[in-house]
Design a protein around this ligand. Structure first.
Ligand code: IVH
Length: 675
């Protein structure tokens, strides 16, 4: 037996192995059990690759090798059930050469037999096994330890696209796929976390995993889980000859399947398909982190068999995240609209997959401490798929004495007020309600595209108006005068008038926009929309009880209480009153006096131009509620043209036909809409 290998003694290798195994076990726990990974997939895969390398060296020494498992995602609170056939994992690689080596092994094992490949997107979600009995879905299991999975049937039943009943299938059947959360839901969930001062979800896969293994049905419902299926287990009648047939059969049963897959005659062609997938995957409706290369002929799978962990007929090729190193010049502290102070990395600008990056969030003080990030450090930035570049770690060998640990301030960097940390929160927030930095963000958010959408009311303008004391609340926007705006630097007559027009236009935005713009703790775009399905005015919401609020999708007791707190605050009540006085629409439909019900009976209207008090849809609803109807184009059948500002060609057409023309004022008075 060797006593030294590559200059390393067995004892040293043993020590390194132990260290690596402990490290991997820690990251397995964080990934599989807690859905809170601390390192990227790439870093994790590197640790695993190093483990395999060291184990091979250890084997050459005749040392015992450690256990290799598929990972264990079992969670407490779920019943364990056996899979009909074990759920294995896949070997994975980041290298083309290893794919070629994989092909070499397949070729050798299959001797003379012909084979082809299927290249499928590797969905970045959580593996699920669906068990159907006599065509009926009876159970959904997570992978668990590969033999027993957690029964998550109730949670999986929230996946709307999942067929509950299958026609023409075997008596017992397993369907395998990947559950995920789409981009919109992920963004909305993180927006809500931000507004609550909570740590954001690391990535959509972890949120999906947490949701599938959640014990709170309401939590699951709002995540809109989705699935893509790719395998059928437990079918041995030979009806499915290839993996391509499997995917077609899944589609025929009504399962969501891959958007695209490729059949390739050999590994070189498969490699080209993988490159094509890499170019196209950003347009997919689900997240992908690589390709799965499978032998297409199912009959050959049995011949190839599997190791303890993974089949020999498939391999995953993972797309390596792009990683660069750059200098962290400074840590900037940003005060958000809820007072949360977010540390942001000010980086030496660097290109990463086509875009120049000079800022990246550092999330919170814990994150800086955990990763031991210091000003002047060189840090690694990683961008996987479409996800925003993140600082993954510090380039330690490049650390010098000038890199001192960062101490998070105890006072607001903008106003000097105390910073506080709420219970169960990681974020530090400024406790000063009059903090100008918070006010700037509040007003910016109110005017932003996802709220009142006031074009041209950008951050620079807001900053000046807040600084001069002209904007103290969001309601002050509606009292801005031409004089206020023309006095701003670089503001001409045209820009001032334009902004005033845009402010005016925003008064009739849909109610959810206003509700979202108010910056109520826990209310984001989606929750605001959900609230507006049940309540038709701000005042109605302000009178709702915790119970009434908490039964709305996305609102738990905590958010319900924050809504009540917001409306019971006198300052907020004044803001709402001021908004109303300025003509901002605080209800779903503009309120109008009762008694005008059939005033437009039998009259046909056409609409043109922009109205001040209503959107077109609202005007249409008002006309219809009063017995009239609305046509899309001008013809002799039209009785009245309701004409707003910047009218189009309809006005001249109507004039030619001698049609009666009303401006908004006439509409208000003849429609009995003035209060
Ligand atoms: S086939 C024996 N096909 O990736 C396992 N898996 O990292 C056969 N995955 O465990 C799995 N997309 O959870 C297969 N198109 C695809 C996949 C896919 C994602 C998951 C699956 C697997 C894991 C391995």
């Amino acid at each position: 037996m060797n006593t030294k290998f590559n200059g390393q003694s067995p004892a040293r290798i043993e020590k390194k192995l132990q260290h690596l195994r402990d490290d991997i076990a820690l990251h397995d726990r964080l990934y599989y059990r807690e859905n809170k990974p601390q390192i990227s997939d790439f870093e994790y895969d590197c640790l695993k690759a190093e483990l395999i390398r060291l184990e091979q060296i250890a084997a050459n020494f005749g040392m015992e090798s450690g256990e290799d498992s598929v990972g264990n995602d079992s969670a407490n609170g779920f019943q364990k059930h056996p899979h009909l056939t074990p759920m294995q994992s896949l070997s994975n690689t980041y290298s083309r050469d290893e794919l070629v080596a994989f092909d070499g092994r397949v070729k050798k094992q299959l001797a003379e037999q012909d084979y082809s490949y299927i290249v499928e997107p590797k969905i970045d979600g959580i593996a699920i096994n669906l068990i159907y009995e006599n065509g009926e879905l009876i159970r959904a299991l997570t992978r668990g330890d590969g033999t027993f999975g957690d029964d998550v049937t109730w949670n999986i039943l929230t996946v709307q696209s999942l067929p509950r009943v299958l026609n023409q299938c075997a008596a017992r059947l397993e369907i395998r796929g990947e559950v995920f959360i789409d981009e919109k839901t992920f963004e909305a969930a993180n927006e809500q976390r931000r507004s609550q001062g909570l740590e954001e979800y690391a990535n959509p896969r972890n949120l999906a995993a947490g949701t599938v293994k959640s014990l709170d049905p309401q939590d699951v419902q709002i995540r809109h889980l989705k699935i893509i299926t790719y395998a059928v287990g437990c079918v041995s009648d030979g009806s499915l000859g290839t993996q391509g047939d499997v995917l077609k059969q899944l589609l025929a049963w009504g399962f969501p399947t891959q958007e695209k897959y490729w059949v390739a005659a050999d590994v070189e062609t498969a490699w080209e398909c993988i490159q094509e997938l890499d170019l196209e995957r950003k347009h997919f409706k689900y997240w992908t982190d690589g390709a799965v290369l499978k032998i297409n002929e199912l009959g050959l799978h049995e011949i190839l068999g599997s190791t303890a962990k993974a089949p020999r007929w498939a391999i995953a090729y993972k797309f390596a995240p792009v990683r660069v190193s750059t200098k962290l010049k400074d840590i900037i502290l940003q005060v958000g609209r809820t007072g949360v102070v977010t540390p942001v990395a000010d980086l030496e600008p660097i290109e990463i997959s086509g875009s120049i990056v000079s800022r990246a969030t550092l999330h919170n003080s814990d994150e800086i401490e955990k990763k031991d990030i210091r000003i002047n450090d060189y840090v690694f930035l990683e961008k996987a798929g479409e996800i925003i570049p993140a600082i993954v770690s510090v380039d330690m060998p490049k650390r010098s004495e000038i890199c001192k640990p960062f101490s998070f301030p105890t006072h607001c960097p903008a106003c000097g007020y105390n910073l506080i940390k709420r219970e169960n929160e990681v974020a530090w927030r400024c406790a000063n309600p009059a903090c100008k930095a918070q006010l700037r963000c509040k007003i910016s958010y109110f005017a932003s595209k996802s709220a009142m959408d006031i074009d041209n009311l950008g951050e620079a303008v807001i900053e000046k108006l807040v600084h001069s004391g002209r904007l103290k609340t969001v309601a002050d926007i509606y009292n801005l005068t031409y004089g206020d705006l023309i006095a701003l630097p670089k503001f001409g007559q045209k820009s001032a008038l334009n902004l005033l027009k845009n402010i005016d236009l925003s008064k009739t935005r849909p109610l959810w926009r206003l509700l979202n713009g108010l910056g109520i703790f826990g209310i984001g775009e989606q929750t605001a929309k959900d609230l507006c399905k049940k309540f038709s005015s701000i005042w109605e919401i302000s009178l709702a009880s915790v119970e009434e609020l908490a039964c709305i999708e996305g609102i738990g007791e905590k958010i319900a209480r924050s809504i009540i707190e917001f409306f019971s605050n006198e300052g907020n009540q004044n803001i709402l009153k001021n908004l109303e006085q300025c003509g901002v629409c605080l209800s779903l439909k503009p309120t109008f006096r009762q008694g005008g019900e059939k005033i437009f009976d039998g009259k046909t209207f056409a609409l043109t131009g922009t109205l001040k008090k209503f959107t077109r849809t609202q005007a249409k609803e008002i006309i219809e509620a009063r017995g009239g109807n609305v046509a899309n184009s001008i013809s002799k059948k039209i009785d009245i043209l309701l004409c707003g500002a910047n009218s189009g060609s309809k006005l001249s057409q109507a004039e030619e036909l001698g049609i009666e023309i009303w401006d908004e004022e006439a509409f208000l008075s003849k429609g009995n809409l003035l209060s």
